[in-house]
Design a protein around this ligand. Sequence first.
Ligand SMILES: Nc1ncnc2c1ncn2[C@@H]1O[C@H](COP(=O)(O)OP(=O)(O)O)[C@@H](O)[C@H]1O
Ligand SMILES: [Mg+2]
Length: 372
Amino acid sequence: MSLPPGSTIGIIGGGQLGRMSAMAAARLGYRCHIFTPEVASPASQVAAQTTVADYTDHEALKTFAASVDVITFEFENIPAASLQLLTSLKPVHPSAEVLAISQDRLDEKNFLNSIGAPTAPFAAIETEADLSAAIATLGLPGVLKTTRLGYDGKGQAMLRTPEDAAAAFNALAPKPLVLEGFIDFACEISVIIARGADGSITSFDPVENRHKHHILDLTLAPAPLPLATLAEATRLGRLIAEKLNLIGLLAVEMFVTASGTLLVNEIAPRPHNSGHWTIDACPASQFEMHIRAVAGLPLPPASRHADAVMKNLIGPDDMADWPAILATPGLIAHHYGKTEARPGRKMGHINRLFPKGSLPGEFGIMDALKHK
Ligand SMILES: Nc1ncnc2c1ncn2[C@@H]1O[C@H](COP(=O)(O)OP(=O)(O)O)[C@@H](O)[C@H]1O
Ligand SMILES: [Mg+2]
C-alpha cells in the first residue's frame, strides 16, 4: 500500500539527513513532521511541522505518532522503549529490530557474521581482564570502541601497545566495549541499498570514502576499483538488506584490503553521508529512495547519470570558503542551515559532476574542487 500525496511522514531526528529527506519528501507531495530535541534544527527549517521534545518523552511521542501516517528515522539511536511505543502506534520503517542491531556494534557484528558477511576479527570487552585476553588473541594494533553511540570516530581509541589498554578502557564509555583487530585497508567504500515492503531492492554504485580526522572528507562515485570488487560490495549490501528484512534505506561501510577482500565495518539503516552525491548525480537520490521505500512507492533503479565527487564542508575553516564556492561554476553547493560553525561540525557539502567514466585521477580531484 502506498501513501497518497498529502500524507505526513514522521521523521525522528532533526539533522541534515532529516533535512534532505524532508526536501525529497516535499517534492513527492508529502508533508514531514520532525521529532527532535533541537530547537530550529536543520530538518525543521524545511518541514511542515516539528515537535521539539526529548526522545524519552512518551507523551510527546504519542502526540507525534497520532499526527503522522508512517514513521522513519534520520538518526538510529533512539531508546528501545520509545521505539516500542512508536511501533505500537504507527507503521515504523525501518523496524525496531533493524534499529536494535545497528545500535550495537556487537549485535551488528554477530548478525553480520551469522549471515556470512565478513567483519574484522573482534571480541566483546566488559572488564580490563577481557581486554588483556582479547589483546592476547587478536594481537595489536587494535581499535577499542564503545558498542553504542559512537559516530565520526567518537567513542573509539587506537591501541598500539599493551600499555595503551588501561587508559583507553577507562576513558571509553558507556561499557561494554568491543576490541577490533586493526585492518590495514587499501581503501574504504560504502554501498547504499533501498528495499521496499514488497521486497524489491535497488542499490547505488559503491563509492570510495576518504576521512580526515575521523570525519568523512571526500566521496568518489563510483569507487575506482575493479568491477568484481564493486559487484561483491553490492552483493554483500543486498544480502544484508534482505536478511534484515529491511524496509527503507541501508548504508554499508566496508574496508577493502590490499588483496581486494571486503570486510564490513558498520551498517546504518538510514541515509548516509557517503550518499550525498546522489542528490545531483542520480535521477532519484538516496533521500528520495528512503522516502519512496517508507511510503510504499515503487523504487526506480538507483542509476547514476554522472560520476561525482562529494566534499564535506566541516566547521568554520571550510565555511570561510562558502562565498568562493558559490562563485565557482561547476560546484553544486548544499548548506544545512546551521548557524554556528563549530570545529568538526558538518555544515554542508559540495558535489561536482563529471561525464560518466571520466572521474578524474588523484590530482584532478583536488583541482576539480578548487574554489579560490
Ligand atoms: N578495525 C579497524 N581497522 C582500521 N581502521 C578502522 C577500524 N575501525 C575503524 N577504523 C577507522 O575509523 C573510522 C571510524 O570508525 P567506525 O567504526 O566507522 O565508527 P564511526 O563512523 O561510527 O565513528 C573508519 O571509517 C576507519 O577509517
Ligand atoms: Mg563509520
